[in-house]
Ligand binder design. Sequence first.
Ligand code: GDP
Length: 295
Amino acid sequence: MFNNLSDKLDKALHLLKGHGKITEVNVAETLKEVRRALLDADVNFKIAKEFTVRVKEKAIGQDVLTTLNPGQLMVKLVKDELTDLMGGETAGVNLTGNPTVILMAGLQGSGKTTFSGKLANFLKTKKAKQVLLVGADVYRPAAINQLQVVGEQIGVEVYAELENKNPVEIAKNAIAHAKANGKNTVIIDTAGRLAIDEALMTEISNIHKAVNPQETLFVVDSMTGQDAVNTAKAFNDLLNFDGVVLTKLDGDTRGGAALTIKSVVNKPIKFIGTGEKMEAIDVFYPDRMADRILG
Ligand code: GDP
């Protein structure tokens, strides 16, 4: 995960390691390399610049030039800043509804259906929830099929109405079905398009208004870099979602989406997807991710 970024940051910070005493020029050179590493990871220019400015201010505030081990201090400052950039604290999911309704939004191919299954499995096994999965993609029967396969695999009921072309109705009926059948958690998988279009946005917005979910999660493919960030912005403007799910972090994604989504939409990354299997789901911890990036 983020191997290239890790290597580059390691090299940048290495410039200070072993120095008992450093100069302002050493710090400036290091930060220039840190900025370059962030840009290479597809972090946008403004965020990368602000990042290094903040690290520099902290370095000055903590007298990095006279400290005993400036290399170590700079690693810590960069790590803290990476943690902040990715959201600081871990954000949980709100499971207080009766039933709790979780709405999935995102583009087609982002991994929504797969993640709906993973989350259902996670909530069932880790939180002892009675989960109902809902297929609300009325355009692609294959999507409902896929959800049914997933449901069977993890032993979770899937609600679908193959003849009904109204996703708002399906979502409402599903919630009624959950109440009548002792399910306390409803995960609604919605349709996605290959790109943002008005019809998709109107539809997801209508579902959102009708079911008033406790959690709206925006699912995005981390491999799409800055596009992921732009899509997140469009969905957040419309839905004011509660959190982000970053999928496909097992691929060789450069890291830009993970590093910048939080500061662009001001919503936490709550989960990550790290593979196609149902178990490949992790709660996102910004500090652990920062540790991982800095090795
Ligand atoms: P949807 O159209 O948004 O519902 O996306 P899908 O759930 O159908 O996922 C699209 C493709 O991405 C499928 O082939 C999934 O197996 C794959 N996929 C989903 N999540 C992950 C992940 O975290 N890692 C990897 N490697 N593949 C994933």
